[in-house]
Design a protein around this ligand. Structure first.
Ligand code: NAP
Length: 325
């Protein structure tokens, strides 16, 4: 959990990973329509660090348990729960209690069946990373088979998911990574072409790869660095989905005007319950037929949550970092 002093917490205060402490808290009990999950693996996301540092839109009351992602086994169900029984293998798309823990509390609609061929560690990569990639591609950009997609930042949790999903849907996929190891992974996960997002000539390489047509969709993980260069890489009627951004950026609006291009923002938390159900029905089908296979970079003990939160913000991404209670 993240402990702290209520009085001194304010949105301007930046808190480091040292605020994360392992502590004992009372067992969780499900209310009506809720389930308690015994957590076997919790996913680590950049948003966990923004929340902890106080720089995110979500500002929990202190102390709180971090974590949005997780997978495990149903331990207890409240009145009115019909989809799950004690012992079911599940993964978590949202939770009301936080997932860096031995237990998490969720409403029934926030939990999904974990297929038998998927490990708990892989299941902990699904809620945020795969949920975001699916929503960005299919619910926000309305990406279509035969379109060209640039996954700008393809070596991390969301990027790997976007590469696998776009490839399986019949798109031509260009993925980027900042390291040799990351780019090798992106290629292995299905990207037709792989580029280095630190290379100054990336826009020219994208133009060449698309015979100067441009890409139809860009899934952008670091818009504050790239948005100005993304717009000229788009085809006519192209769409950029801003998934990640850590600051401001200058763009030339004419780069969008000339193409009838769209800049689309998204946060996963705006997804409705119905959209969430649709995303996870598609993901479960793709997990079962093997077109989606989360890549787990490293499993760390829950007690090493500080290290995990440092690692997720370092360059050299390679799939998902997972905590094991
Ligand atoms: P991650 O696993 O840490 O991966 C970060 C990715 O960004 C890596 O592929 C990294 O590549 C890449 N990157 C680094 N520098 C880049 C650059 N200059 N240009 C393009 N890509 C670059 O994080 P994640 O979970 O995939 O999340 C990615 C971003 O999306 C984060 O900013 C996160 O906060 C955000 N996000 C937003 C939502 C939402 O709802 N909007 C949901 C989930 C995540 P290398 O390390 O190989 O350089």
């Amino acid at each position: 959990m993240v402990s702290g002093d209520y009085e001194s917490h304010s949105c301007t205060r930046i808190w480091g990973p040292e605020k994360l402490v392992l502590d004992d808290v009372p067992d969780l009990r499900p209310g009506s329509g809720e389930v308690v999950i015994e957590i076997h693996a919790a996913g680590v996301n950049p948003a966990d660090t923004y929340t902890r540092s106080g720089t995110y839109a979500i500002k929990p009351n202190l102390p709180y348990t971090p974590g949005f992602d997780g997978a495990g086994v149903v331990q207890n169900t409240g009145d009115g729960v019909t989809r799950f029984r004690k012992g079911d293998r599940v993964y978590i798309a949202r939770s009301s209690s936080g997932t860096y823990a031995e237990q998490a509390l969720c409403s029934e609609s926030q939990v999904f069946r974990l297929p038998e061929n998927v490990t708990f560690a892989q299941g902990a990569a699904l809620g945020v990373a795969y949920g975001t990639a699916y929503r960005a591609l299919f619910q926000i950009a309305n990406a279509l088979p035969a379109e060209g997609v640039l996954v700008h930042g393809a070596s991390g949790g969301v990027g790997i998911a976007a590469v696998q999903l776009a490839r399986a849907a019949g798109m031509t996929v260009i993925g980027t990574g900042g390291t040799e190891e990351g780019r090798k992974l992106v290629r292995e996960q299905g990207a037709h072409h792989v580029l280095d997002h630190t290379a100054a000539d990336m826009p020219e390489l994208v133009a060449k790869l698309t015979s100067r047509h441009g890409v139809d969709v860009i899934i952008e993980m670091l818009a504050n660095k790239n948005l100005g260069k993304d717009l000229p890489m788009l085809a006519r009627f192209g769409r950029v989905v801003v998934v990640g951004s850590r600051g401001t950026v200058a763009i030339n609006p004419r780069d969008a005007m000339g193409r009838d291009a769209k800049i689309l923002g998204m946060v996963l938390f705006n997804t409705t319950e119905q959209e969430l159900a649709s995303i996870h029905a598609a993901l479960i089908a793709a997990l079962e037929n093997g077109t989606v296979k989360p890549v787990v970079r490293q499993e760390l003990p829950l007690a090493e949550a500080r290290r995990a939160q440092e690692m997720v913000m370092e360059s050299g991404a390679y799939g998902k970092i997972v905590l094991v209670p």
